[in-house]
Design a protein around this ligand. Structure first.
Ligand SMILES: CC(=O)SCCNC(=O)CCNC(=O)[C@H](O)C(C)(C)COP(=O)(O)OP(=O)(O)OC[C@H]1O[C@@H](n2cnc3c(N)ncnc32)[C@H](O)[C@@H]1OP(=O)(O)O
Ligand SMILES: O=CC(=O)O
Ligand SMILES: [Mg+2]
Length: 576
């Protein structure tokens, strides 16, 4: 039996795919619980859901399933307290960590392919997008099982299969024939089989809140529960690819989404330690970049870096989920906490700027990369005017980020890579990053982070058109998600699970606060219901478009009395 605890091979000696039944490095780490496949076999099941891989997942669940549930409960309690009026603030108990200038994170030292992250492309992991992203010329590819992914069982397993093949240089894909079979479809292949020639892959597993219902975990007490989406995504990727990535000089690297505090970072750190120990991989090999995309986490950036310091490469300003989190936290606080139309809350709104400034300053003080977020404007290759507008908006966004000290940033589309690269080249030149640029001038405190009213004070408004857009985009996105596509171009904007959360939670908050638009319309449930019905009659329809299901979900998550914490969890349980 082969063990992947063998020392990493040199880059040129590509190892064959290890045989099934890999032994865990440390026999003391044998799983006690079990993971059973309860979903139907899908393409890739045999290759990905091997007995050894399932045993590895069981081990992770043995160790961390309970801790995950406790942290999710703590999250719920904390969000409720904030909604009820208890403002988040920097923690007194962790002041020693913040005041201690001596510690630094691992950063990109000893993490080949992570030194220069000036342009990162993001996207889902189906074979075509995987190949296009890896051929795109970006420095990094965020391979996304989260906001950009609809977690159908086919996507979960198929995404792992595509990554497995891409990492080994064997992935190819044939598009559909354009004329019913007379002409072959477009052939897609990687432009190199060497990972070092391609964007560095940074995989983003699902957040702690999501579960994987097609895998059931049975613990030693005999109770059975759906597996954790985070542990499944991380575990399968790590189990199958860690040794290969090390041998090929590019990883394993992760983005960690939707953390709400440092205890969740600690949990990830423990997962990393267990996973590395179990496969005989030295601790500290993994590097993770943590998304700061919730309001509570903005108050614990330093503590998050500290918890993960042995494994941490940086932080990312995930602006869309951050806005969603702000709305979620303040949803019950009345009109003075209401945000204006989504399109009017830009990154220059004072409370958003406070968050990104603090992120850059915190990262650079600790030797971490600060990575910027996603501008939602996307080009349209058939419409030069739309493309020019998108380029201008993205250029301004990336210039601001580079000027503020970010070390790199995200783009949604390959055509935006040169725009972002130019903005960062102008600031970085030949330097791989600007971590040495301390932002000691930044003095952001609680008041600035919580000043959500600053957006409306600066003149941004709630409009009837904004309400209609939220309803239309929210429902059309959910329909796309139900059809298995987690990122979609809608009205020339990139929409994904995070942007859709903003749309639906704004509608919920506006109803709850009986907000009056700048055109004098009071937002009520009846008004929103009428707009939902109108959309269903005016939207061009196709068989299987799932628009009715999407409207049903939207009514529940945006028009209901209760505020479901995430749109994806309930919809996943019932519809995917
Ligand atoms: C809030 C957050 O978390 S942001 C991060 C999560 N969101 C994302 O990752 C969104 C990523 N972007 C995308 O998914 C896509 O750009 C979309 C859905 C918005 C638009 O995609 P499309 O409608 O296919 O755009 P378009 O038709 O212009 O694409 C042109 C080509 O570029 C490719 N392309 C577009 N975006 C990407 C991408 N992100 N990665 C790789 N290839 C891409 C398309 O596959 C297409 O290739 P083809 O010519 O071989 O068919
Ligand atoms: O994940 C990124 C975000 O903006 O949300
Ligand atoms: Mg996000």
């Amino acid at each position: 039996m082969t063990t992947i605890a063998d020392p990493p091979r040199t880059r040129t000696e590509h190892p064959p795919t290890p045989p099934r039944g890999i032994a865990l490095a440390d026999s003391a780490t044998v799983a006690e619980g079990t993971i059973d496949v309860v979903g139907q076999p899908v393409p890739g099941s045999e290759e990905i859901l091997t007995p050894a891989a399932l045993e590895f997942l069981a081990l992770l669940h043995d160790r961390f399933a309970d801790a995950r549930c406790e942290l999710l409960l703590a999250r719920q309690r904390r969000t409720r307290q904030i909604a009820d009026g208890d403002d988040p603030d920097f923690l007194p108990t962790t002041r020693p960590v913040r005041d201690d200038p001596s510690w630094q994170v691992a950063g990109s030292t000893g993490a080949p392919g992570l030194e220069d992250r000036r342009v990162e492309i993001t996207g889902p992991t189906d074979p075509k997008m995987t190949i296009n992203a890896l051929n795109s010329g970006a420095k990094v590819w965020l391979a996304d099982a989260e906001d950009a992914s609809s977690p159908t069982w086919e996507n979960v397993v198929g995404g792992q299969q595509a990554l497995h093949a891409a990492i080994r240089g064997t992935l190819s894909f044939d598009g559909p024939s354009p004329d019913g079979g007379r002409t072959p479809g477009k052939h897609y292949a990687l432009r190199s089989t060497e990972l070092t020639d391609l964007p560095t892959i940074v995989f983003r597993p699902r957040g702690w809140h999501l579960f994987e219902k097609h895998l059931a975990y049975t613990g030693t007490d005999g109770s059975t529960q759906p597996a954790s989406g985070s542990l499944v995504d991380f575990g399968l990727y790590f189990f199958h690819n860690a040794a290969e990535l090390i041998a090929r000089g590019r990883g394993p690297y992760f983005y960690l989404p939707k953390l709400e505090g440092h205890r969740e970072a600690r949990l990830w750190n423990e997962v990393f330690e267990t996973a590395q120990d179990a496969l005989g991989i030295p601790r500290g090999t993994i590097r993770a970049t943590v998304l700061i995309e919730t309001l509570p986490a903005a108050f614990e950036m330093e503590e998050i870096l500290h918890e993960l310091r042995e494994h941490c490469a940086g932080l990312n300003a995930g602006r869309w989920d951050y806005l969603f989190s702000v709305i979620k936290c303040f949803r019950d606080r009345g009109d003075s906490y209401v945000l204006p139309d989504r399109a009017q809350v830009t990154m220059t709104a004072p409370f958003m700027r406070a968050y990104t400034e603090l992120l850059v300053a915190t990262c650079h003080r600790r030797g971490a990369h600060a990575i910027g977020g996603m501008s939602a404007f996307i080009p349209d290759r058939r419409d030069p005017e739309v493309t020019e507008q998108a380029f201008a908006k993205v250029r301004a966004d990336k210039q601001r980020e580079a000027g503020d000290g970010f070390d790199g940033s995200w783009v949604a589309h390959p055509d935006l890579i040169p725009i972002a690269r130019e903005a960062f080249d102008a600031v970085l030149g030949d330097a791989p990053h600007q971590v040495a640029r301390r932002r000691d001038d930044v003095t952001v405190g609680q008041a600035q982070l919580l000043d959500v009213a600053s957006a409306r004070r600066a003149g941004a408004t709630v409009t009837e058109a904004g309400l209609r857009t939220n309803i239309s985009v929210g429902i059309r996105y959910v329909a796309s998600w139900l059809r298995g596509t987690g990122a979609a171009a809608i009205d020339h904007l990139m929409e994904d699970a995070a942007t859709a959360e903003i749309s639906r939670s704004q509608v919920w908050q506006w109803i709850r606060s009986a907000t009056t638009t700048d055109d004098g319309v009071t937002i009520t449930r009846d008004l929103c219901e009428a707009m939902v019905r109108e959309l269903l009659t005016t939207e061009p329809r196709q068989a299987g478009d799932r628009l009715e299901d999407a409207a049903a979900i939207f009514r529940e998550i945006a028009l209901g009395d209760a505020f479901p914490p995430f749109l994806t969890t309930g919809a996943y349980a019932r519809y995917l």
